[in-house]
Design a protein around this ligand. Structure first.
Ligand SMILES: [Zn+2]
Ligand SMILES: [Zn+2]
Ligand SMILES: [Zn+2]
Length: 111
């Protein structure tokens, strides 16, 4: 896998682009936290975990009560976060509101 490309999404207008995807690291820094860093601090529960592709910060998804991943993207300007749920390989651009999928060989193809 070499990077990210905008995923086909039938629910959204076609032809939208994400300038962040071209420069993004495929996996970003290795996330160090075992869970959402904001939730661990606040003692709240998360639903799914996302990792910032710029700095590796772990946050929770928009289905979680505190939506820490979105808050981190807004505060830091780090637009992209990937899912770190097992078996999921996609990323989300919070600025452009687009799904991204791996460009090139996915992790499956490495084995
Ligand atoms: Zn973008
Ligand atoms: Zn959280
Ligand atoms: Zn970040």
């Amino acid at each position: 896998m070499t990077g990210w490309k905008v995923a086909f999404d039938a629910g959204r207008p076609q032809g939208r682009n994400c300038a962040h995807a071209q420069d993004a690291e495929p996996y970003g820094p290795v996330p160090e936290s075992p869970g959402c860093e904001g939730c661990l601090e606040e003692g709240t529960a998360w639903v799914h975990l996302r990792a910032c592709l710029t700095c590796g910060r772990v946050g929770c998804c928009d289905s979680s009560r505190r939506k820490h991943a979105a808050a981190h993207a807004r505060e830091s300007g780090h637009a992209l976060a990937r899912s770190i749920e097992r078996g999921e390989t996609w990323a989300w651009c919070y600025e452009d509101e687009l799904f991204l999928t791996p460009d090139g060989n996915g992790p499956e193809a490495d084995s």
